[in-house]
Design a binder for this molecule. Sequence first.
Ligand SMILES: [Fe+2]
Length: 183
Amino acid sequence: MTTLSVYAEQQPQQPLGVYTEFAAIRDQLAQIGVEFERWDASRPLSATAEPDEVIAAYRDSIDRLNAKYGFVSVDVVSMHPDHPQAETARGKFLSEHTHDDFETRFFVDGAGAFYIRAGGKVFLTVCTKGDLINLPANVTHWFDMGPRPDFKAIRFFRIPEGWVGHFTGDAIAERFPKFASAA
Ligand SMILES: [Fe+2]
């Protein structure tokens, strides 16, 4: 289930609030400049859908977002628990960082957790199938795909290398609960 847990950044033991309704999650994230949407597929998709098929199914929503933000390319990333690079992939963005470009992900399937730090709080957003999350450039965050990563997501790009992480060196991510699953 899609869930937003808001913590004081010094108190990772107990969230200040937990939200599961779409409108509440959208409104909380909007306050820190993060956009959250729900998208529906225009056609049924199988679990084995190829990237082109996935992109075609969400073409209208993708085009709208591209027009709004000037994204110039999209791709589809797939992770599954048996992926040989699963552990490496999980570790890559597990520490707090920023990017020079938007980090924009649409979850076609599965789940993953964004931890967004803003205004002295941490917004732990577990995204699941149908969720679009759009973090502007320079927002401090980290991402946990869990010990058994299982998701398929469309990524949006505006500038080459915009996805490169600039790590803050802050160990805050180690103090917060890791993502296990969205169940
Ligand atoms: Fe990131």
